[in-house]
Design a protein around this ligand. Sequence first.
Ligand SMILES: [Zn+2]
Length: 200
Amino acid sequence: MATLKLTLFHTRTTAQWADLVFGKQIEKGNAFLRPYGIQFDRYPATGSIELDWTFPLTPNGRVDPGLKERLQMRDLANRTYYSADNRLPVILCQIGGAGGGEAPGSIGMKLNYLPWVIMDAFTLNEDGLTLTHEAGHCAGLKHPGAPPLQDPRLMVGDAAVTDNVMAYGTFDYATQKIAPRSLVEPWQIEAYRSAYFHSA
Ligand SMILES: [Zn+2]
């Protein structure tokens, strides 16, 4: 079984939710990736590493002050626990506004660190695949749409393939909920297999 190696962090203010969020994200991601022979390999094996950080991030991470905050948080993670074996840092925190997940340093963004994941503790997609989606960005995968920053292979005509793991899920009017994402393409699996945090 190939692995995607993770190092898990949480901020002090999200400590009490960390086990629940990481547990769900890893379980759902593993179920999604298992048919392709890929599983997450987490460090630590239980729990996560606490960062001495309390304030919520400013929503837009592409420009200051949001970008500066994300780099400060990444620096703090590096000082708190550093490993040389190419693990993907995943930081549970609070992101003001829309929240969700982000992958700083990935698509169209070159920073002084390899791409990493930050996740808001309170606004994640219910399907539990946010970590898998953001790890996809860190492996170079893009959302459906027009090149160069989006991927036309995830479009059918003008419509996005919303059930794909790199989309946002399909809104179901009957239940007023977003249905779980269920699709991944062979070339996307290849991207995960070529990620810096992949281990054969
Ligand atoms: Zn995304």
